[in-house]
Design a protein around this ligand. Sequence first.
Ligand code: NAP
Length: 260
Amino acid sequence: MTEAEIHRWLSWGVIGVGVLTFGLLFFVAAPYGRHGRPGWGPTMPTRWAWIVMESPAVLLFGWIYAQGQHRMAPAPLILLILWQVHYVNRTFIYPFRIQSGDKRTPVLVAALAFVFQLINSYVNARHISHLGHYDAAWLEDPRLWIGVGLFLTGRRINTWADAVLIELRKTKKAAPDAPPLERYTIPKGGLYDWISCPNYFGECVEWVGWAVASWSLAGASFAIFTFANLAPRAVAHHRWYRETFPDYPAERKALIPGLW
Ligand SMILES: NC(=O)c1ccc[n+]([C@@H]2O[C@H](COP(=O)([O-])OP(=O)(O)OC[C@H]3O[C@@H](n4cnc5c(N)ncnc54)[C@H](OP(=O)(O)O)[C@@H]3O)[C@@H](O)[C@H]2O)c1
């Protein structure tokens, strides 16, 4: 098998894992954050879980990119910068901003996410830097700039929504096992008036944007996976908010404004 064939199989594999994840997570909420519960084996500090599970998306992605024949071409460089802007934040800045206290995450969750990011980083870095073809004409293709615009819009929503939650937690810093009303507040304002999880919505828009900008099976596979991973979690968060807060706004949707 050639590398291109292996790469294509891996991209379809990511989509397959996404489909399975989508189905599974509607029945079993990923056991971290507010859905954390005993019975998932040893745990580790949540801050370190973020660093470990997302580190391949910075380090391995960067290393694989640097091996590619097209690494100095402008379009791949734009895609590289977008990717790294997101993942340097998620891996090395965000974990130190969240007020996770002594909150813990199962090692199993971090390990599965780490393995996923190894494959995902290879699939996308190798595509943009080596297996894909982005000549100078791609810089004039509207798909690149529509994708960049979508990515930046999603990123703005995602970082704003994450920041709102970080600020809310600063006002309620009870221990992780304290009752929910001592740790969580109903978020309000902006997109929070429309949906329960603008951070997940922004994240989905970001990766759809990256997929459009790269116009690739690789990029599409990660956009599909992100939606498959976050949509069931948004539904679980939404249900949890409604069960936890009797005054939770009835008109608010879970993930997609006005729709779902
Ligand atoms: N690409 C992907 O597949 C993927 C997968 C997972 C996450 N992500 C991204 O990673 C980021 C974090 O994800 P997450 O699942 O941890 O998000 P989350 O459940 O919304 O929690 C984010 C942080 O805010 C706190 N928080 C949430 N709601 C709160 C409230 N109402 N009041 C006070 N504090 C609150 C949480 O504390 P607790 O931990 O105590 O609940 C946590 O520290 C998001 O931007 C998400 O898009 C991406």
